[in-house]
Write a protein that binds this ligand. Structure first.
Ligand SMILES: [Zn+2]
Length: 101
């Protein structure tokens, strides 16, 4: 699987997990805020100029996320990341959008 496709699926899984646990959304559904975050993340991955050559977003020179979306995603990753490890050995995705500070 290409890295973009893998990332898109993984991001969506993380957002779904987060939304279900934190916002009590029904399985298979997202609250409006998470829906918007997911759509935004998917779009950014679609438009990533590096395509499948892309590395971790945290190491990328292009800061393509708006500040508020960055924050949303960061919170979601921090919550869902460790839990996702139970299901997926995605060691590098944890770094994808982690705080650069
Ligand atoms: Zn939500």
């Amino acid at each position: 699987m290409s890295s973009i496709r893998y990332e898109k699926e993984t991001v969506e899984k993380m957002i779904r997990l987060y939304c279900r646990r934190k916002h009590k959304s029904a399985p298979g559904e997202l609250c409006p805020r998470c829906e918007a975050t997911n759509r935004y993340a998917q779009e950014k991955l679609d438009k990533c100029p590096f395509g499948d050559e892309k590395g971790a977003c945290a190491e990328c020179k292009i800061h393509c996320y708006k500040a508020d979306m960055r924050e949303n995603i960061r919170v979601i990753m921090r919550y869902a990341g460790p839990r996702m490890l139970l299901y997926h050995p995605f060691d590098y995705l944890i770094h994808v959008l982690k705080d650069r500070k």
